[in-house]
Design a protein. Sequence first.
Lengths: 111, 110
Amino acid sequence: ELKVEQNPLFLSMQEGKNYTIYCNYSTTSDRLYWYRQDPGKSLESLFVLLSNGAVKQEGRLMASLDTKARLSTLHITAAVHDLSATYFCAVLKTSGSRLTFGEGTQLTVNP
Amino acid sequence: DAGVTQSPTHLIKTRGQQVTLRCSPKSGHDTVSWYQQALGQGPQFIFQYYEEEERQRGNFPDRFSGHQFPNYSSELNVNALLLGDSALYLCASSMFYEQYFGPGTRLTVT
């Protein structure tokens, strides 16, 4: 059974600081996704990582994938308050299969 | 393109009642998956429909059932509602590796 673990589960950081969220998964997979969720809202797609060594960046967020280590990271650079949300990683084992989600990382950026 | 749509947005039901949630996938997508997200947790896979058949199912009881129509839209039915069924229900439409989520239906069981 595919398992996905995120850490930390809770992250409180100051504006302007950098931090990394980690996502480990237990078996080989085809794709890794990062989503953002604001309270009471649905999931907003941030990144889709397709292959080993993939790196994608959008604004202050950068995601990477190491399929050999079964590890993805979401790096936050110079955090701002607007980044406060819960971030989920999710793994797609094969095309057409289900997404398996991590527990989520609740990020709070303080002024 | 309207993207993935879900209805209703919010719903309040009483224990023991039955509920039907609806989802219309993104244009061109032929696969619909349903997820349950309890407060403070990650989404949990309920089941997936493709070509009007249930293709995969997660660890949910038979009280949870679904249907997919020829136009690829889908329904999620939950019978004999329990308090623990209170959650955000998310529909995702997909084709190959694309995955798009709808806005969700917030179900409250009292």
